[in-house]
Ligand binder design. Structure first.
Ligand code: AMP
Length: 205
C-alpha cells in the first residue's frame, strides 16, 4: 500500500501494540509523537522541556510544536514510501497540516469505550530495558523483571481523565473529518490483542 497510515484512537486503545504488527506487515516506519516527545524530555532538549508540563498534565502539546516535529521527521529517507503515524494527528489543524505534506491512504480507528481505558492505563507498566509494555492484571510481567518496571508519569488516574477529555474534545472530531475523505476504517479495540490484530490485517491486504 502506498502512502501513510494513521493509527487513531483514545489513549490506551492499544495503538503502540498494534503499531508493532503493522510495521512488520508493511515495512513502514512508525512515527509516534508521544515517543518522540518522551525522548526529547529524556535528553533534556528545549523542546522536551516545553512539552513536559503539557504531557504530565495530560494536555495536548501545542500544534505548532508537533507539526514542526513531524515536518522534520518526514524529511528522513525512510519516510519516502509512507509511514505509520501513531498518536498523530490529534487535532484538526494537525490533520490539515499533514494533508499538505504527506499522502494518507488509510486511517485505522481502534475503538475502546472510556470505562475500559482507565483500567488499562492505570495498570500499564513498562520495562525500561526493553521498552516492552505490561499490565498488572491483563499482561503481568515475568517475576524476575517485575521489580524494574516503571509507570509513565501521565499514567495516573487524574492525567488519564484529562487525556480522555482532550481526546473527546480535540481528537475524536478527526474521525468525522477522515470519514468524509473516505479513508476511515474502524476496528473493535475492546477484545483480545490478537483479535484486534486480525481485524487490522484484513484492512492491510
Ligand atoms: P501518547 O504517548 O501518544 O499517549 O502521548 C503522550 C502525550 O504526549 C500526550 O498526552 C500529549 O501531551 C503529548 N502528545 C503526543 N502526541 C501528540 C500530538 N499529536 N499532539 C499533541 N500532543 C501530543
Amino acid at each position: 500500500m502506498g502512502g501513510s497510515i494513521v493509527l487513531f484512537g483514545p489513549p490506551g486503545a492499544g495503538k503502540g501494540t498494534q503499531a508493532d504488527a503493522i510495521v512488520l506487515a508493511t515495512g513502514k516506519p512508525q512515527i509516534s509523537t508521544g515517543d518522540m516527545l518522551r525522548a526529547a524530555l529524556a535528553e533534556g532538549t528545549e523542546l522536551g522541556l516545553e512539552a513536559k508540563k503539557y504531557m504530565e498534565a495530560g494536555e495536548l502539546v501545542p500544534d505548532d510544536v508537533i507539526i514542526g516535529l513531524i515536518r522534520e521527521r518526514l524529511k528522513s529517507q525512510d519516510a519516502i514510501n509512507g509511514v505509520l503515524f501513531d498518536g498523530f494527528p490529534r487535532t484538526i489543524p494537525q490533520a490539515e497540516a499533514l494533508a499538505e505534506i504527506a499522502e494518507v491512504s488509510m486511517v485505522i480507528s481502534i475503538q475502546v469505550p472510556d470505562e475500559a481505558i482507565v483500567e488499562r492505563i492505570v495498570g500499564r507498566r513498562m520495562d525500561p530495558e526493553t521498552g516492552e509494555i505490561y499490565h498488572i492484571k491483563f499482561k503481568p510481567a515475568p517475576s524476575e523483571i517485575s521489580s524494574r518496571l516503571i509507570q509513565r508519569k501521565d499514567d495516573n488516574e487524574d492525567a488519564v481523565r484529562t487525556r480522555l477529555s482532550a481526546y473527546h474534545s480535540q481528537t475524536s472530531p478527526l474521525a468525522e473529518w477522515y470519514l468524509q475523505r473516505g479513508i476511515l476504517k474502524s476496528v473493535n479495540g475492546n477484545q483480545a490483542m490478537g483479535d484486534v490484530q486480525d481485524e487490522i490485517s484484513l484492512l492491510l491486504v
